[in-house]
Ligand binder design. Structure first.
Ligand SMILES: Nc1nc2c([nH]c(=O)n2[C@H]2C[C@H](O)[C@@H](COP(=O)(O)OP(=O)(O)OP(=O)(O)O)O2)c(=O)[nH]1
Length: 128
């Protein structure tokens, strides 16, 4: 089981989503910025590193919004989505194909990684 950590970042009533690079697994699907936790790292440390590497932003990770597990044909993941806020920098697309700030009502317009389904359902529910 791979440990993956990702960020739920709000700006008013919108949250940030990123489109994965085409060449990676789950290519061109939308996700929450983040990545695999490396040995010896905490979830917060991994999230701070991933946000720097992928978007050139500094984030302050907070409480967990939700955890999910998912089995893909190539790997199983345990994904923890941490609430986070940007403390420095403007997001730059160093790795992703695109970035959007969307409202929960706009979720159905995007094709997300399958592991994110329960998270997205909860985000939609919270907005209704
Ligand atoms: N970051 C992120 N990954 C997700 C989400 N949903 C989901 O299924 N995943 C999957 C996609 C990948 O298989 C895995 C995360 O791995 P990654 O490829 O983004 O991690 P990484 O940046 O550490 O990549 P690498 O070093 O292996 O290239 O988790 C999500 O919302 N955010």
């Amino acid at each position: 089981m791979k440990e993956v950590v990702a960020a739920l970042i709000w700006d008013g009533d919108r949250f940030m989503i990123c489109k994965r690079p085409a060449h990676k697994e789950r290519g061109s699907l939308w996700e929450f910025v983040g990545g695999k936790v490396e040995p010896g790292e905490s979830q917060s440390e991994a999230l701070i590193r991933e946000c720097r590497e992928e978007l050139a932003i500094t984030v302050a990770p907070g409480a967990s919004f939700m955890e999910v597990t998912h089995v893909y044909p190539d790997m199983s993941i345990h994904l923890t989505l941490l609430n986070a806020r940007i403390t420095a920098g403007e997001p730059q697309l160093l790795e992703h194909e695109a970035l959007r700030w969307i409202t929960p009502a706009e979720i159905p317009e995007y094709e997300f990684c399958p592991a994110d389904e329960a998270i997205l359902t909860r985000l939609r529910g919270a907005a209704e």
